[in-house]
Design a protein around this ligand. Structure first.
Ligand code: 2OX
Length: 493
């Protein structure tokens, strides 16, 4: 019996490898299309040198902090804020930070924008205070986007803020201001760099690999520079890692993750950085998440059925306010712009499924935020100030989603109902798992609410009276909580 089993085992292993390689070659270019692979039984896993460094979630205090932060601000700021989507009199509808590509601007010409970079209204202390007031627990800023322009005075390239009329470092003062306000600072970093002559989209010749090795050294230097110049950075969020050149150099992504974690103890790194030995991204060829949290959820939330059936990784989603503008675009009338309430709803929805949400801002070239973005900060801030306890440190509650809104759950057994849609009946239905009872329902900002058991395992909570102009929160006290909160099978959030 032993020999046939071994042969079968090896065959299966080969088959799996082929499938892994095949799917790796299929999944190029697009970001956000990665799916967790099916996990193999442990004995069938293939040996990887550059796969996941760890199985399962991190539970140290820094990861715990990242997880409990829940709400963050994303900031996309670079040369693209100057043209704001317009080149030579033509306004492009595509993402403003990609304007160089849409308008086919040669890199030299694009980098001439540096001569105009002078954000005299930039006030990092004011930024940090606005973000604090908005209720975000962390700020994630583009240190360098695809264009290659560095917001810090990197000594490894000329294309930095030091060589603009403004001259001064933009990152350091923001790091300090955030530290002073008690909010975490995180760095966005694009590996793809349009300004570097040694960047390659693919490796087809030994010369390509030679050039690309120089590029990887350059990038490593920049990352070491960021980590050592700003050691209070809490998180690195990588982007621009989808090209074949990087997938063929998965070893380097593993090396960078390890290097940053050595330089900055406790730092977190997103999955998008990573590729394994076979070029498989985000999840390695054995199906294990690489990095510390999944970061493919860009302008979308995880699918509760396909993505979150069994959740054993942390994740963070990020969203734009218009459909797809990260950097400053002068004309927001070109696409649908989310309302303040829709933005809030996505934040709540993410937390209800156990993830973090980053709300993106694209400051103007002068260093200030457009009025619409200031309004969002105010709106979210006012709401979080009143209702933040259903967001920070909260996660998936294990109850089936209802049409009126979302459930979250705190670290104990407190369950929150965040009501976005008020049913005509005024009754908010809650289905509980077998054995659980609702003992009490309380409006977060008011009194106790009537709870009626309607049928087995089902309750109606009476919505608060009056015209509730914004989403409101109800806290439930429950007894006999038996539900497992790490399984999404029964609850389509
Ligand atoms: C989409 C398809 C193919 C290649 C690249 C993209 N892409 C890149 N979409 N968004 C991006 C960048 N990531 C966001 C967080 C922004 O920085 C955006 O520019």
């Amino acid at each position: 019996m032993r020999i046939p089993y071994k042969i079968l085992f090896n065959l299966m292993k080969k088959l799996f490898l082929t499938v892994a390689l095949f799917s790796a070659t299929l999944s190029y270019a697009q970001v956000g299309t990665q799916q967790a692979s099916m996990k193999l039984p442990a004995e069938m896993e293939i040996k990887l040198e550059y796969g996941a460094d760890r199985l399962g979630k991190r539970y140290d205090k820094d990861m715990q902090k990242f997880r409990e932060n829940r709400l963050g601000a994303f900031v996309h700021w670079g040369l693209y804020a100057i043209p704001g989507g317009e080149w030579n009199g033509k306004v492009y509808h595509g993402a403003a930070e990609w304007l160089k590509a849409w308008a086919k601007v040669p890199i030299g010409e694009w980098l001439n924008l540096m001569e105009q970079w002078n954000p005299t209204d930039y006030n990092p202390v004011k930024w940090a205070k606005s973000f604090k007031k908005m209720g975000v627990k962390y700020v994630k800023i583009t240190t360098k986007h695809h264009e290659g322009f560095c917001l810090w005075p990197s000594k490894y390239t000329k294309h930095t803020v030091a060589n603009t009329p403004y001259k001064k470092d933009l990152i350091g003062p923001l790091v300090k201001a955030c530290n002073d306000e008690g909010i975490d600072i995180a760095f966005y970093f694009s590996v793809m760099d349009w300004s570097h002559p040694d960047y390659r989209y693919d490796i087809k010749t030994p010369e390509d690999q030679e050039a690309f090795n120089c590029f990887l050294d350059f990038t490593e230097n920049q990352l070491r520079e960021l980590a050592t110049t700003y050691p209070t950075v809490k998180d690195f969020w990588f982007d621009g890692t989808w090209d074949k050149s990087i997938k063929k150099n998965g070893w380097w992504t593993a090396k960078m993750e390890r290097m940053l974690k050595e330089l900055v103890p406790g730092v977190t790194v997103n999955s998008r950085l990573r590729a394994d030995d076979y070029g498989k991204r985000h999840f390695d060829s054995n199906g294990h998440l690489m990095g510390d949290y999944e970061s493919a959820y860009e302008r979308r939330l995880p699918d509760p059925v396909k993505d979150l059936q069994v959740v054993d990784w942390d994740w963070e989603a990020c969203m734009t306010v218009p459909e797809n503008q990260w950097g400053y675009h002068k004309d927001w009338s070109l696409s649908y712009v989310k309302t303040n309430e829709e933005i809030l709803e996505r934040v709540v929805h993410a937390v209800s499924m156990g993830g973090n949400m980053l709300v993106n801002f694209g400051p103007m070239a002068n260093g200030d935020f457009r009025k619409e973005e200031k309004d969002i900060m105010d709106y979210i801030g006012r709401w979080m100030n009143k209702n933040g306890e259903c967001i920070y440190g909260c996660g998936y509650a294990g109850l089936p989603k209802q049409d009126w809104g979302y459930f979250t759950k705190d670290k104990k057994d407190g369950i929150y109902m965040i009501v976005f849609n008020r049913p005509f009946s005024g009754m908010l239905r809650v289905n509980v798992p077998k054995g659980m009872q609702i003992e009490k329902a309380e409006s977060l900002n008011g009194g106790e609410l009537k709870v009626m058991e309607t049928t087995r395992n089902e309750y109606n909570v009476c919505a608060p009276k009056g015209n509730m102009s914004e989403p409101y929160v109800i806290k439930l006290q429950v007894k006999n909580k038996t539900v497992k909160t790490d399984q999404y099978r029964e609850a389509l959030t």
